[in-house]
Ligand binder design. Structure first.
Ligand SMILES: [Cu+2]
Length: 180
């Protein structure tokens, strides 16, 4: 996939690029995920990966994309490859990754054998379009992840608001609008 540069001159011309600019950076926190996970870590050959800490962050500005984050734990003894994400109450979900301030789409994402894969602000995340206006904060929506071997991982995402304390700025810029 082609990295997408962030210049505003370009981004302003293309809403799809503009929203890609919205991912800020924060550190990964694998240890915290492990510590807070209720997943049984004993490896099992054909265990289905488990989705935890799922959240769907609504856009501050109507008609902008939402973004989904979650942690995937693979208890199996071989890598699990996520190829598709579907989220209830939305029309389209696409895996993305932010690397060094640029955004790439992520056709697949691999959960290592016996390990974790985090979708989190500043790293891998899921861009979500067509969010139903009926979704409300604290509601749980279903997420269905398809794996390369055809298996499906079902999980729940808690709907969150990203807050409207800077609504004017957010309206000016999808970058602010996507800020976490
Ligand atoms: Cu993105």
């Amino acid at each position: 996939m082609r990295p997408i540069a962030l210049p505003f001159a370009i981004a302003a011309l293309a809403p799809a690029l503009l929203l890609l600019a919205g991912c800020d950076n924060s550190g990964s926190n694998v240890e915290a995920a492990l510590a807070s996970s209720s997943v049984d870590n004993s490896p099992t050959a054909h265990a289905l990966p488990v989705l935890t800490r799922g959240r769907l962050v609504l856009p501050a500005v109507a008609d902008h994309p939402a973004v989904a984050y979650f942690t995937l734990a693979n208890q199996g003894d071989s890598p699990a490859i996520v190829t598709n994400v579907v989220i209830e109450g939305t029309t389209n979900a696409t895996m993305h990754e932010t690397v060094g301030g640029t955004m790439q789409s992520l056709p697949t994402a691999t959960i290592p054998a016996g390990g974790l894969l985090n979708f989190e602000p500043g790293g891998k995340h899921v861009m979500v379009d067509g969010v139903s206006p009926s979704l409300i904060v604290n509601q749980k929506v279903a997420a269905t992840l398809t794996l390369a071997d055809g298996r499906r991982v079902l999980g729940k995402l808690t709907v969150e608001s990203q807050g409207l304390d800077d609504a004017a700025g957010a309206a000016d810029s999808a970058m602010s609008g996507m800020k976490m």
